[in-house]
Design a protein around this ligand. Structure first.
Ligand SMILES: [Cu+2]
Length: 269
């Protein structure tokens, strides 16, 4: 039957309602799961909100595709014994505009929203405290350049409600700095200094986990992280005996030469 489409008008309203029902059902399940555990930094709620918005948008796109797929499977299924070819289909301008415009809007929205969150969580504020993070196969150690270059292996203390900029260094391969409750994750790359900004806002003991497969000991490459009051922190840091050892100072020097825009001395205090 040339000229006449073999299908009638699509039940757009019903399909849209089914899509919205699917979105609600999937979102309800996915949002009820506490994906990343406790929130213990000022960045954590912003990142979790962003994740939740992305979950709802993804549920909508998934539901829309599933509704159209299953409608097509049911409605346009060939009758038993029908061996004929399908109708030739020419373009549909309205459909093509829709499937270009809607994803473009979704992607631009996601980009703009992420940009805003990243801008907020990477704001160092007027007076950040600097901590050097040293990583090697398979251990973490930490330096406090503003506190007399104090140094400690395997354990880090930070004051609560203070913005900290971590300056990351690696002696060998790429490692990755991650305290799940802070949400922030950053690679430690040999040859350059990378920076992460965190404001811990809950007192407690946490774990720093390496999240970059760095060799046989990777799974056990962890360190203790203690968030405590400013006063307790000052007592702890002034009790440290060691200073940042020469090999790490050399790594910092090399990193800084490669990446002079991020000097070690920035921040201090
Ligand atoms: Cu690792």
């Amino acid at each position: 039957m040339p000229g006449a489409p073999m299908y009638g008008r699509l039940p757009i309203v019903k399909m849209l309602l089914a899509t919205l029902a699917g979105t609600a059902a999937i979102s309800a399940v996915m949002l009820s799961i506490n994906w990343d555990g406790q929130e213990a930094s000022t960045a954590a709620p912003k990142i979790d909100d962003l994740l939740n918005v992305m979950i709802v948008i993804s549920s909508f796109v998934f539901s829309l595709v599933m509704v159209m797929l299953f409608y097509a499977l049911y409605k346009f299924r060939a009758k038993p014994g029908d061996e004929s070819d399908g109708e030739p289909i020419h373009g549909n301008t309205r459909l093509e505009i829709a499937w270009t415009l809607i994803p473009t809007i979704i992607v631009l929205f996601g980009g703009a929203y992420s940009w805003k969150v990243l801008n907020e969580i990477e704001d160092r504020g007027p007076n950040p405290m600097t901590i050097d993070v040293f990583s090697q196969q398979y251990a973490w150690s930490f330096g406090y350049p503003g506190k007399g270059m104090k140094f400690i292996e395997g354990e880090m203390h930070v004051p609560v409600n203070r913005t900290i900029q971590f300056k990351m260094h690696s002696a060998d391969v790429i490692h990755s700095f991650w305290v799940p409750q802070w949400r922030i994750k950053k690679d430690n790359v040999p040859g350059i200094t990378t920076t992460a900004v965190v404001t811990p806002d809950k007192v407690g003991t946490y774990q720093l986990v390496c999240t970059e497969l760095c060799g046989f000991g990777h799974a056990s490459m962890r360190a203790k992280v203690v968030v405590e009051s400013q006063q307790k922190f000052e007592e702890w840091v002034s009790g440290l005996k060691k200073e940042i050892p020469e090999p790490w100072l050399e790594v910092i020097k090399q990193d800084t030469e490669t990446n002079p825009s991020e000097p070690l001395t920035a921040g201090g205090a």
